[in-house]
Ligand binder design. Structure first.
Ligand code: SAM
Ligand code: SF4
Length: 330
């Protein structure tokens, strides 16, 4: 699938649920209302839709959420998607998780063909972790991360940079990641969804963090890329990678290779734009068949915008995009 700007769309991120067992302050309000089950695609429907995308050229799938591992029976979806790796046309199946359920699922993920996972962890301080997630237990997540490592999964830690929460911790986190062989990716907060907090207070530019880290670490620029917004450096002292995702200060859209599917079958062609295509109706329309569904996807890709409109509006203090990150999964 080639979009109007010549970009080849080979990466699909699938939010399998909008629900989560945590309430990270930059992601969700404490009293979130989640979707009624009737609106959510079944695991079989998600599997079929992913199969159609693979048939159209998607080579990499990432499951996300909400928290993907809290969806009941999600491992059956992981196994059936894993079976599409190789001859089935899929090259990679990955997952972004908060890690709370990994002790239970790490081995199952590895057995299904998952090789790499991203685990979101903003701090190594138990009290700060509890505050950032509103009630999360750090130890549970650390146990999950080490279960993933023991199962042979390559782990990348994703940390959102938050002013006053973890800004003094990146040095320690980089050392910890280096010690255990994990890559680390730092993310600037994005203005997505109402969260009952002030985003201008949370925002911490990564240019500042990078300059500070450079005083202690040798960061060698690499051209390693996942086609996304991250810029990666090799950390000479640890042999691991350090990435920076700076959607607010850096334009990365020229190389965008991805689209995002929500658990209701809505396809977002850009994380930072409202335009979306409903795939649930064509999926459930028996009259349309597989070719109708493929056409609906092709029509959506033809509307993929050139770039995003992120901006933290300091006067209105309103999010640039009304939906929460837990809808599209980041
Ligand atoms: N629950 C899983 C997790 O936390 O990894 C998957 C979904 S979560 C929405 C995906 C990623 O988005 C996480 O790394 C999270 O830190 C990040 N995220 C959530 N809200 C964000 C925001 N407003 N700005 C930047 N990143 C955000
Ligand atoms: Fe849940 Fe992930 Fe959002 Fe945190 S970032 S509230 S773990 S979906």
């Amino acid at each position: 699938m080639i979009d109007p700007f010549g970009r080849s769309i080979s990466y699909l991120r699938v939010s399998v649920t909008d629900r989560c067992d945590l309430r990270c302050v930059y992601c969700m309000a404490e009293d979130m209302t989640f979707l009624p089950k009737s609106e959510v695609l079944t695991l079989e429907e998600l599997d079929r839709l992913c199969g159609t995308f693979i048939g159209l050229g998607v080579r990499k799938l990432r499951l996300t959420g909400g928290e993907p591992l809290v969806r009941r029976n999600v491992m059956s979806l992981v196994r059936s998607l894993g079976a599409r790796i190789g001859a089935g046309g899929l090259e990679e199946l990955t997952l972004t998780t908060n890690g709370t359920q990994l002790t239970k699922h790490a081995e199952g993920l590895a057995a299904a063909g998952v090789r790499r996972i991203n685990v979101s962890l903003d701090t190594l301080d138990a009290a700060a972790f509890k505050a950032a997630t509103r009630w999360g237990e750090l130890d549970k997540v650390l146990d999950g991360i080490f279960a993933a490592k023991a199962a042979g999964l390559h782990v990348k830690i994703n940390a959102v940079a938050l002013r006053g929460v973890n800004e003094d911790e990146f040095d320690r986190m980089l050392a910890w990641c280096g010690e255990h062989g994990f890559d680390l990716c730092l993310i600037e907060t994005m203005p997505l969804g109402e969260i009952n907090e002030d985003r201008t207070d949370q925002f911490l530019p990564l240019s500042l963090i990078r300059a500070r880290l450079r005083q202690r670490w040798t960061l060698n620029e690499t051209d390693y890329s996942t086609g996304g917004p991250a810029r990666y450096f090799d950390v000479a002292e640890t042999g691991t990678r350090l990435g920076f995702i700076t959607p607010m200060t850096h334009n990365f859209c020229e190389s965008c290779n991805r689209v995002r599917l929500t658990c209701t079958g809505t396809l977002y062609m850009c994380l930072g734009q409202e335009d979306a295509a409903d795939l649930r109706a064509p999926l459930r329309d028996p009259g349309l068949g597989e070719e109708g569904l493929r056409q609906a996807i092709r029509d959506a890709i033809a509307r993929k915008p050139k770039g995003h409109d992120f901006v933290i509006d300091r006067r209105r203090r309103a999010p640039a995009v009304a939906r929460h990150m837990s809808v599209t999964g980041g």
